[in-house]
Design a protein around this ligand. Structure first.
Ligand SMILES: [Zn+2]
Ligand SMILES: [Zn+2]
Ligand SMILES: [Zn+2]
Length: 144
């Protein structure tokens, strides 16, 4: 995972930005909370423990910057807030999300499973697919 920090550092440098200690703390939080899909406020609360002087606006701006350089992905899970997750492998398609309507748990589906659909779309519409954003709404195994 040290590697990820180096990648972020280099991407920032390419765009003329530095990995400041505050940005570094946000990247650290994203790494530590992998798979949790934290929203901006939750990330802010965690970062504040490391950088008490950091402001919410800085956290928003940094997350936006990390999203712009492709280091994190912004998720819209239809729950009224912006959630973020690591984007370690730029080349691969995003995993799918299962969202429990009762307890709001977010479960990741690692398998893409859309190869056939993607192939059909590319063939029938002459459309080159880069990625997709798939959400399933329902009840998790605990709530069912
Ligand atoms: Zn795919
Ligand atoms: Zn549930
Ligand atoms: Zn996810």
């Amino acid at each position: 995972m040290d590697n990820y920090i180096e990648v972020v550092k280099n991407k920032l440098k390419e765009e003329g930005f530095k990995l400041t200690p505050q940005r570094r703390s946000i990247v650290d939080i994203m790494l530590k909370s992998k798979g949790q899909h934290l929203n901006s406020e939750e990330i802010y609360d965690l970062v504040k423990k490391q950088c008490p002087e950091i402001g919410l606006a800085t956290v928003y701006r940094t997350l936006q910057l990390l999203d712009d350089i492709g280091a994190v992905s912004k998720l819209n899970l239809d729950d009224g807030c912006c959630r973020y997750e690591l984007n370690i492998n730029n080349e691969s398609h995003n995993h799918h999300h299962l969202i429990c309507k009762k307890c709001n748990k977010i479960i990741e589906v690692e398998e893409d499973l859309l190869d056939t659909l993607e192939e059909q779309i590319e063939k029938n519409y002459g459309f080159k697919i880069f990625d997709h954003d798939v959400k399933f709404f329902g009840l998790c195994s605990d709530c069912k």
